[in-house]
Design a protein around this ligand. Structure first.
Ligand code: DQA
Length: 147
């Protein structure tokens, strides 16, 4: 069975209460349940992890190799700073769909740069929590095409 890692980065554990005008009121537990339900309905396995630490995210990406077929990654603010995450994605050679709840291109200029984007299959941003389902479908579509 196809297996996908949904990996969330710093501050996303605060979803639901963190700047709800930007990120919505859906909690991380809700997001993870939505992803698991979508996987169950569509017949693929979903594992969800969250870390506030850059090294924890690097370790999770390394750990995905040989276990999962691809990653949906919301790297939070590390998106805009982390060469280590960029290098980890290159290192494991797994397809990654970059995901952001908010439209990072409509926000502060420091959010317009992504170190993930050049090594991602593509990016979903600006659609809030439903974006995770869009990202899963995009990754599954990519994996289907890649077979
Ligand atoms: C975010 C956007 C980032 O710029 C921000 O640092 C986050 C969340 C999003 O999902 O919209 O933590 O990745």
């Amino acid at each position: 069975m196809t297996s996908v890692l949904v990996l969330n980065g710093p501050n996303l554990n605060l979803l639901g209460t963190r700047q709800p005008e930007i990120y919505g009121t859906t909690t991380l537990a809700d997001v993870e349940a939505i992803c698991a339900d979508h996987g169950a309905a569509q017949g693929f396995d979903v594992t969800c992890l969250q870390s506030n630490h850059e090294g924890g995210l690097v370790d999770a990406i390394h750990g995905a190799k040989g276990v999962h077929d691809g990653i949906v990654l919301n790297a939070g603010a590390y998106t805009h700073t982390s060469i280590a995450l960029h290098d980890a994605i290159v290192g494991v050679e797994l397809p990654v769909v970059e995901l952001h709840l908010s439209n990072i291109h409509a926000r502060e200029s420091f959010r317009h740069t992504s170190f993930i984007a050049p090594v991602a299959v593509g990016m979903i941003c600006g659609f809030g929590a439903p974006g995770y389902v869009l990202a899963l479908d995009a990754l599954l579509g990519h994996l289907g095409r890649a077979k």
